[in-house]
Design a protein. Structure first.
Ligand code: C5P
Length: 395
């Protein structure tokens, strides 16, 4: 579902000034924004600001007679795809949790038939108060999406949790929430990050893969409604909250983890940078330095992706190929050798560890270029492409 129309609720808090920037970004994104302010919000920012930014009059009063049939509490959310309350004050969260409806915004929230998202913003002690935590837990279990809060310096000078997420982050969260559910009902297994092959108690062979692309693909698959298992080598990234997370070290560990879950998977996306070799006889103790040449005996690792794609009934397999030269040619050779319906080619110099990347998708129909963009955007486009191929194959 594409987000086309939103009611932006603004309640009383210093962060209300950031809601103006959020309204601007939403409008810039092509979304029709109707602002509804609480009475307290008007102490922090003027309605004229929102009116100018959104091109719509701002409403606050339950008894406003500017709405034709006198039913502002119903009419304003009619046709809206979502209500986002940002900032959501402690008092407003309490009101929502109790289902109270004593002003226009709380009444709209109660009388809605669209998703409700809230971005809490308050002093850290107000946020940590048992009553607020109770209210937030209640709202989550009622199906309300709680975005943030962030931690950091607060307007009151204290430091802690309670800052509203920045407008850009809220826009990203909305974007994620309203991605089309292309993977609905599908189980997706994703490998990510580097592998680590032990040499001795403190050393190993690894590579500079950051895991960013694989984690972005996992998030995009979750947004698209999939049940996701993320099998990851060591990275510095937090695992996506709703994924089943299986941390691994070596290629052999990764293979074991993949084999444990792949039987029921519909789609396998192999993003991991798997080491091609492992050390035959790793030392349990730290190898002592001496003047002699040290020889490591290396043996080839299993090819995880090839072993899955060559099964009699494989899931839909997608590979990644990071190359330093003849990128598309080498990637296409790998796609054929590993019997993959789709491989994603990228330039190793540009892709490893970076935030932005250019991708070329190679499939039976040819090449599809995804011009340089951030990895999350690319992951969403990749998910859309996989869904198309997957659906065609299963029709
Ligand atoms: O390393 P290579 O370029 O062959 O990687 C191509 C694809 O195969 C990638 O998707 C990678 O995750 C996968 N692969 C694997 N096991 C290996 C080597 C690569 O699953 N041992």
């Amino acid at each position: 579902m594409k987000l086309k129309r939103i009611v932006l609720g603004v309640t009383g808090g210093v962060a209300a000034y950031k809601a103006a920037e959020l309204a601007r970004l939403l409008v810039k994104d092509g979304i029709d924004v109707q602002v509804v302010m609480s009475a307290a919000a008007r102490h922090f920012v003027g309605a004229a600001t929102f009116q100018a930014l959104t091109g719509h009059p701002v409403f606050s009063d339950l008894w406003d007679d500017r709405v034709d049939n006198g039913m502002a509490h119903i009419d304003l959310t009619r046709g809206a795809d979502a209500i986002l309350v940002a900032p959501a004050s402690a008092d407003f969260l309490a009101k929502l949790a109790q289902g109270r409806a004593d002003d226009l915004l709380s009444t709209l929230c109660l009388a809605r038939d669209c998703p409700l998202l809230v971005a809490p913003a308050m002093n850290r002690q107000m946020w940590e108060a048992p009553a607020t935590q109770r209210n937030v837990a209640q709202l989550s279990s009622d199906g309300v999406t709680v975005l943030g809060p962030d931690s950091g310096e607060q307007a009151c000078g204290e430091v802690g949790f309670g800052r509203m997420l920045e407008p850009e982050a809220l826009l990203d969260a909305l974007d994620a929430r309203f991605q089309p559910k292309r993977f609905s009902g599908l189980k997706v297994v994703i490998t990510a990050g580097p592998t680590f092959e032990t040499i001795d108690a403190v050393r190993g062979i690894t590579n500079p893969s950051s895991g960013k692309m694989g984690y972005a693909v996992a998030r995009a698959a979750l947004e698209a409604g999939a049940e996701v298992t993320l099998i990851s080598g060591r990275t510095c990234l937090p695992p996506p909250r709703d994924a089943r997370f299986m941390p691994v070290m070596s290629a052999q560990d990764m293979l074991v983890a993949v084999e444990a879950v792949i039987d029921t998977a519909d789609i396998f996306i192999s993003v991991a940078a798997v080491a091609d070799y492992y050390v035959l006889n790793p030392s349990e103790q730290k190898i002592k330095k001496d003047a002699h040449i040290l020889t490591l005996e290396l043996a080839p690792n299993p090819d995880i992706l090839a072993s899955i794609s060559s099964r009699p009934k494989p899931p839909f397999c997608v590979g990644f190929a990071a190359e330093s030269e003849n990128i598309e040619e080498y990637a296409e050779l790998k796609r054929r050798r590993k019997h993959l319906p789709l491989i994603v080619a990228n330039d190793v110099k540009e892709a490893v560890g970076s935030d932005d990347v250019r991708l070329v998708l190679l499939d039976e129909a040819g090449r599809h270029v995804l011009e340089k963009a951030d990895k999350q955007t690319q992951a969403r486009l990749l998910v859309a492409h996989i869904a198309e191929l997957y659906n065609t194959r299963n029709q």
